[in-house]
Design a protein around this ligand. Structure first.
Ligand code: 13P
Ligand code: SF4
Length: 326
């Protein structure tokens, strides 16, 4: 997570991204960036951007950037009246849960997530019947209604800690099957997994990693724990998007491959010109629905406001806050 400097005129901002945005593409962004910087002041708004957002959003208009956990934590702080979530819908809902009195807008309400789509509150109730007494740990990549039916949330950055904090021999983990299996490999707690998948990370295979190592000798391979366990087993390190960034910053490998969404390498490489980034990426179509034009439109019109039924918000907030309290 990083908090960016005070806004600068768009032309100066280009210096930040000149290594990842070609000069002929920049004029298409400039007017929207200038307008967004001005609108943020007028609206008393901040922009939270996930690490998968495109560089012109991540580096040029965001106030706070990070992984799901950092965005949830940051959403709980600060006194701006408006939060614009440059991310997907469940992230905007989490920001709203933690800021019931603020206006939270998402620039494209259709920015979903295959994991969030994979499970409904009724599924959680059936899991409770099938595994009586086992607490339900739910990944933040879910709707508020699913969080409300769960005992506690987790992110990929804290999943093992959350599972072990419960002090029980068995938990149900939803909805990401691969995250659950990757957590199971790191704990003695028995994990019952749901069968949701991230449509981006499920695409990577162990053979991809082996081929990458042959093609790019010496590359250090970092994978997101939403990847299949055999991919994580082939990697040198697995962690949340923020954990991957932390690894690159701390270890400065000469050559690194981030096995995750495409914009990550672009965004991180800006800070580490000495590191060569191999880019075995896959695009998240949901994250890519968010554009500068839509952020500008959201700030101009305040369309895309996120609301959550109070009867769902209260228990969902409890599950998120229980995680944040750890
Ligand atoms: P992080 O919490 O690691 O940023 O992951 C969020 C996500 O959607 C990954 O696909
Ligand atoms: Fe969901 Fe996967 Fe996209 Fe993350 S990368 S938002 S888990 S579909």
């Amino acid at each position: 997570m990083a908090i960016l400097d005070l806004p600068k005129p768009a032309a100066q901002l280009y210096e930040r991204v000149s290594r990842v945005i070609p000069p002929f593409e920049w004029p298409a962004f400039e007017a929207d960036i200038e307008a967004i910087l001005e609108l943020k002041r007028e609206r008393d708004a901040i922009i939270l951007a996930h690490n998968y957002q495109s560089p012109e959003i991540f580096h040029c208009v965001a106030d706070v950037v990070g992984d799901s956990l950092a965005l949830a934590r940051e959403a709980a702080k600060g006194d701006a009246r408006v939060i614009v979530m440059a991310g997907v819908h469940f992230m905007a809902e989490t920001a709203k849960l933690l800021n019931p009195s603020k206006t939270v807008v998402i620039p494209d309400a259709d920015a979903g997530c295959s994991l969030a789509e994979s499970i409904a509150p009724e599924d959680i109730r059936l899991l409770r019947e099938a595994y009586p007494g086992a607490p339900v740990v739910t990944y933040v990549n879910t709707s508020a209604a699913v969080k409300a039916a769960s005992d506690i949330c987790c992110t990929s950055a804290n999943a093992v800690r959350v599972v072990e904090s419960l002090g029980v021999p068995r938990v149900v983990m939803t909805p990401d099957e691969y995250l659950a299996k990757n957590v199971a490999a790191q704990t003695k707690v028995e994990i019952v997994a749901w069968r949701g998948r991230c449509e981006v990370h499920e695409q990577f295979t162990a053979a991809d990693i082996r081929e990458l190592r042959e093609a790019y000798p010496g590359a250090v391979v970092l994978a997101h724990p939403e990847c299949p366990p055999e991919v994580v087993a082939e990697a040198d390190f697995a962690g949340s998007t923020a954990d991957m960034i932390g690894y690159v910053g701390a270890k400065r490998p000469a050559r690194v491959a981030l096995v995750t969404e495409c914009s990550m390498s672009d965004n991180v490489s800006v800070h580490y010109p000495d590191v060569e980034f191999v880019r075995p990426c896959a695009l998240c179509p949901h994250m890519k629905r968010i554009t500068l034009g839509k952020i500008r439109h959201a700030l101009e019109t305040m369309e895309g406001e996120v609301t959550i039924d109070p009867s769902i918000a209260a228990p969902a907030r409890r599950a998120v806050e229980r995680m944040l309290a750890l």
